[in-house]
Design a protein around this ligand. Structure first.
Ligand SMILES: Cc1cc2nc3c(=O)[nH]c(=O)nc-3n(C[C@H](O)[C@H](O)[C@H](O)COP(=O)(O)O)c2cc1C
Length: 572
């Protein structure tokens, strides 16, 4: 290095060697580019996440963040316009600080702001130092512009200013879910309206709208997937998914240990193909179709929309009008379905035919004793529903925290934890309890593709964990349904001595709930099923966003929070 250059370096406040700056630029550039590429590759998941943390126009935010991160990273790598590139880093980190990390405290293991603090400080330091001699700025003679403190102030000021502007224009912190008001019809309605308004204010609508756009464009009203489209979808899903491998993913050939249980009225081609394309395992509900022939058509329609695995749910319940179960079973087999979820009565009468046809059977149970007896009949896996679940939780009132490990301890076949799960934390907890996968119902109701009225999805987001009612307790056929004036009336009538199902049949009719509530969105004109997870569901998004967000959160917990706790780094 010539004497003049060294003198110029000293005057401009640079260290005589560019090695330190090169290292600093390299690590900042690598981090920014890696984040930007990840956001760009998982654009749907990223936009769902932006929506869930309170950003309006979440898809635009996702695109912008990917572009800014890759752009700033590339500029830093080359040492181009270094103070400006550093300001983009500071801005990105400041937005992340305010919208996500600030309330979590300092430590990164608890999603605190340690990481964003370090990155932005390093970027400001780099602006002050200058890019060093291995940089485009140096080649152009721009690296000495301004004094070090001025360059640092420019990076910090521009970055923080940009972040403030972005947050002011697009962001409002989502409110924690409001507690329910006293259960009078008036006050409840008011509380719900307020909660709904809160949700509108805080951008969840836009997440839903963006999801709807995506749905319309990508899978929505639903253009048959060509071979190329299907391959692209599959490649995208596989690349994006965190590879948590369990006996469930291996046995059923899916990317994630997540299933969408059979849901009467919802388990149709639109929802189940979207679940499958998201890398999870969904189940068409056989009895949603009026006849076995209609089920055959629905299976064919689903195949048009996905080439990923999906199954059929066969819920076997005593009914007034006999259901041709054998014919439904025959259609399932003839249609080449290889995964079946059975529920209700014992699957025993159906197993020989399923076995012969090579169909794998998951049986849903609500107690360890029923799970064991199903296992003895030869089913391949057990899906065990805790007391929190939507639908029939059984009569033992045992929560998943006990039921899952109790079942795992007694069963040698894979166990799927069901009921009360809607988040990545729930998935990790279920895996920790020994389950091989999770099954969700209510979470998938609040998706763009769920074929139900938007009011229902909005109500789920607005509701909290107390917005369910147990009905039919006295009839020993307990069902957990969403709280509304109808379900409260049913519970109240059935609590009277001697009350029978006939006393509530007009209120509890499944057809009324499906037509009036799920179909036309009149939330007080029928009984509809939903679980306690309503208290955890904060946005309506595409199935792909929901699955991807759950996997991302699970990844964060497994790879960062839990190891951090082992090292004594607790952030709470
Ligand atoms: C609207 C709705 C309809 C359902 N219908 C059925 C059904 O027909 N058969 C069945 O086995 N389970 C049914 N379920 C239960 C789900 O498959 C799943 O086990 C349950 O929702 C899990 O609890 P979660 O809602 O807390 O995730 C239904 C659930 C909901 C929310």
């Amino acid at each position: 290095m010539s004497r003049q250059v060294v003198m110029r370096d000293r005057q401009a406040g640079h260290a005589p060697t560019g090695l330190a700056q090169l290292l600093l630029r390299g690590v900042l550039a690598g981090t920014m580019i890696a984040h930007g590429l990840r956001h760009a590759r998982t654009l749907d998941g990223t936009s769902g996440w932006f929506g869930s943390i309170g950003f309006r126009r979440p898809r635009l935010q996702a695109q912008l963040s990917a572009a800014v991160e890759v752009g700033a990273g590339t500029a830093l790598a080359g040492g181009v316009a270094t103070p400006l590139a550093a300001s983009a880093v500071v801005g990105t980190m400041a937005v992340a600080y305010r919208s996500v990390h600030q309330p979590n405290g300092y430590f990164v293991t608890a999603e605190g702001w340690e990481y964003v603090g370090f990155i932005s400080t390093a970027a400001i330091a780099l602006a002050a130092l200058g890019p060093g001699k291995f940089s485009v700025d140096r080649l152009l003679g721009l690296d000495g512009a301004g004094k070090p403190w001025q360059r640092a102030a420019l990076a910090a000021g521009l970055g923080i200013g940009g972040a403030v502007a972005q947050l002011a224009a697009f962001w409002q912190r989502p409110q924690p879910k409001a507690a329910e008001s006293a259960p009078t019809a008036d006050s409840e309605g008011r509380a719900r309206r307020l909660r709904c308004r809160g949700r509108h204010r805080h951008g969840i609508d836009s997440a839903r709208r963006d999801g709807a756009d995506y749905f319309a464009q990508r899978c929505g009203r639903l253009p048959p997937a060509s071979g190329t489209h299907r391959r692209r979808r599959r490649r995208r899903t596989r690349r994006d998914a965190l590879m948590i491998r369990t006996r469930f993913t291996e046995m059923f050939g899916v990317d994630t240990p997540i299933s969408c249980g059979g849901m009467t009225g919802l388990g149709t081609a639109e929802l189940i193909s979207a679940v499958a394309n998201a890398g999870a395992l969904g189940f068409l509900t056989a009895l949603t179709q009026p006849t076995p022939a209609a089920l055959a058509k629905e299976i064919a329609r689903t195949r048009e929309l996905t080439d990923r695995p999906f199954g059929v749910n066969l819920t076997i319940l005593p009914t007034i009008n006999p259901v041709p179960y054998d014919e439904y079973r025959a259609v399932i087999i003839e249609s080449g379905i290889t995964i079946v979820e059975t529920a209700g009565s014992s699957p025993k009468p159906h197993l020989p035919d399923f076995r012969r046809a090579g169909v794998r059977v998951i049986h849903k149970a609500t107690s360890v004793r029923h799970a064991l007896s199903a296992a003895r009949t030869g089913v391949d896996a057990i899906s065990i529903d805790g007391f929190e679940c939507a639908g029939h939780p059984g009569e033992d009132d045992i929560s998943g925290l006990i039921l899952i490990p109790a079942a795992v301890a007694r069963l040698s076949i894979p166990v799927i934890a069901s009921g009360g799960i809607a988040t990545g934390a729930g998935l990790v907890a279920a895996l920790a309890l020994g389950a091989d996968a999770v099954n969700m119902g209510t979470r998938f109701m609040a998706t763009t593709e769920a074929p139900i009225h938007e009011n229902v999805k909005e109500q789920i987001v607005a509701n909290d964990e107390r917005d369910t009612v147990l009905v039919f307790r006295s009839l020993h056929n307990t069902a957990r349904v969403a709280r509304n004036s109808i379900s409260e009336e049913i519970a109240q009538i059935l609590s009277r001595p001697g009350a029978t199902f006939e006393d509530v049949a007009h209120l509890a009719s499944g057809t009324r709930g499906r037509t009036n509530v799920l179909g036309t969105g009149d939330m007080e004109d029928g009984m509809w099923w939903a679980g306690m997870t309503q208290g955890l569901i904060t946005y309506v998004g595409t199935c792909e966003a929901v699955v991807s967000n759950i996997m991302t959160e699970a990844e964060q917990i497994i790879s960062s929070r839990l190891p951090g706790l082992m090292e004594g780094r607790h952030g709470h």
